[in-house]
Structure formats: structure tokens, C-alpha cells
Write a protein that binds this ligand. Structure first.
Ligand code: ADP
Ligand code: AMP
Length: 213
């Protein structure tokens, strides 16, 4: 199963990806997580990407496409994958199509989690992420069992540097101007499914599993 989770920053893609990993036993490929790992490791790519991420801007396509090309070639992707936060521009979507064509594989579904902008700010400012596995929680809407401790790997939960009211605005702008045009791209491909991402986490999971079965 080759899946893509689509939606604005904070729509719930990472949260729902965790359920798909367990159900289908396929890896989540989050370009945001890969970039944050590169920043932690202080690689040249990470240091270059950081400037864009801190301002809530998209990292250049060439960097992102290079990351995905390498990641999809890894052996754990041979039975499928869940793309999370990629593609975000038309150039990235076109590069992905070309890459998948060369690999002789198809995209099965693009699942869009629809959440209006008014709800996004509260989701992002209350988000807590695992410093180790990247799992996402919310202080109010989706709290971890133990405060500041990850349910999955027991590591510490932190606040992402870009999760503040100022960057949310530029991230939403980037979403509407550069990413939303992909709705048309994947609708034309016949793989685009829209879900109501404002429901409770468990309700969204149910809708997603139904849509895939
Ligand atoms: P994305 O990966 O799309 O950026 P996340 O999965 O990290 O978004 O979710 C953003 C924030 O919203 C997190 O704090 C998460 O716990 C919370 N969240 C996710 N899904 C829901 C939901 N259905 N209802 C309320 N809060 C949610
Ligand atoms: P995310 O973890 O998906 O919220 O992404 C965090 C930040 O990483 C974004 O605001 C961008 O700066 C950068 N980023 C992640 N994925 C991409 C992508 N596909 N294209 C461009 N920038 C990206």
C-alpha cells in the first residue's frame, strides 16, 4: 500500500500515520522529521534547511526531492510507505510521479485531513512532540498518558521551535499558495479522498481505515 497523508500543517497527518504504520506495517516518511534529524546531526543540509524552517517557509524543492529519492530506495519501503508532509509543491508532486514510475509502483490513495485555519493555531501551539520518535501529542486534545513522556518510546516530549503563533501564519500561507494546488493534481489522478479532520483523533482513524478498506 503506497499512501500519502495530505493537509495543512497541524491537520493531524503525523498523528494518523502512527495508526497506519501499525495496521499496514509500512514506514512513515515525514520530510519534516528527516529535516529535523539533519538539524540535530548538524549536517550541511540540515543547517541550510533550518533557515527556511525557522521562518515557516518551504525548504527548496531540490533538497526535498533528493531526500525522498534516497528514502524511497531503502529496503523497508518495498511493501509500501506513508508519505507525510511530502509533496508540498507541484514540482515535488511531479518529481514523485516520475520517481514512482521508474520504480514501477503506483500511489494507491491520498488521504486529505480537512481542518479549517481557525483550528490550526490552537493545534500547533498545544502540540508536544517526542524528541526521539517524533510522535505527536496535544496538551489538551490528545494528551500523552504521562505528562511530557512519549506513549510510544517513553522519551521526553518537547515543543518544536517552529510551533509558535508567528510561524503558523507563514506555514499556512505556504500551504494555501504552494501546496493546496496539489488537490487538483491528485483529484485528476483519481486517488484523492477527503476526510473531516476536525473530529476526534479516534473518529478520524475510523474514517481513514474505512476509506482504505
Ligand atoms: P501534522 O502532522 O499534520 O502537522 P499532527 O499530527 O502533529 O499534525 O497534529 C497537530 C496537533 O494536533 C498535535 O498536537 C496533535 O496531537 C493534535 N491533533 C491531531 N489530530 C487531532 C484531532 N483529530 N483533534 C484534535 N487534535 C488533534
Ligand atoms: P512538518 O514537520 O511537516 O510540519 O514540516 C516542518 C517544516 O519542514 C516545514 O515548515 C518546511 O519548512 C519543512 N518541510 C517539510 N517538508 C517539506 C516539503 N515537502 N517541502 C518543503 N519544505 C518542507
Amino acid at each position: 500500500m503506497n499512501l500519502m497523508l495530505f493537509g495543512a500543517p497541524g491537520a493531524g497527518k503525523g498523528t494518523q500515520a502512527k495508526f497506519l504504520i501499525e495496521k499496514y506495517n509500512i514506514p512513515q516518511i515525514s520530510t519534516g522529521d528527516i529535516l529535523r534529524a539533519a538539524i540535530t546531526d548538524k549536517t550541511d543540509m540540515g543547517m541550510e534547511a533550518k533557515k527556511f524552517m525557522d521562518e515557516g517557509k518551504l525548504v527548496p524543492d531540490s533538497t526535498i526531492i533528493g531526500i525522498i529519492k534516497d528514502r524511497l530506495a531503502e529496503t523497508d519501503c518495498k511493501n509500501g510507505f506513508i508519505l507525510d508532509g511530502f509533496p508540498r509543491t507541484l514540482a515535488q508532486a511531479e518529481a514523485l510521479s516520475e520517481l514512482m514510475k521508474n520504480m514501477n509502483i503506483n500511489l494507491d490513495k491520498v488521504i486529505s485531513l480537512n481542518v479549517p485555519d481557525e483550528l490550526i493555531v490552537g493545534r500547533i501551539t498545544g502540540r508536544r512532540v517526542c524528541s526521539k520518535c517524533g510522535a505527536s501529542f496535544h496538551v489538551e486534545f490528545n494528551p500523552s498518558k504521562e505528562e511530557n513522556v512519549c506513549d510510544y518510546c517513553a522519551s521526553e516530549l518537547i515543543i518544536r521551535k517552529d510551533d509558535n503563533a508567528q510561524t503558523v501564519k507563514s506555514r499556512l500561507d505556504a500551504y494555501h499558495t504552494q501546496t493546496a494546488p496539489l488537490i487538483d493534481f491528485y483529484t485528476k489522478m483519481g486517488v484523492f479522498i477527503e476526510l473531516d479532520g476536525t473530529k476526534d483523533v479516534s473518529e478520524v482513524t475510523k474514517d481513514m481505515i474505512n476509506a482504505l478498506s
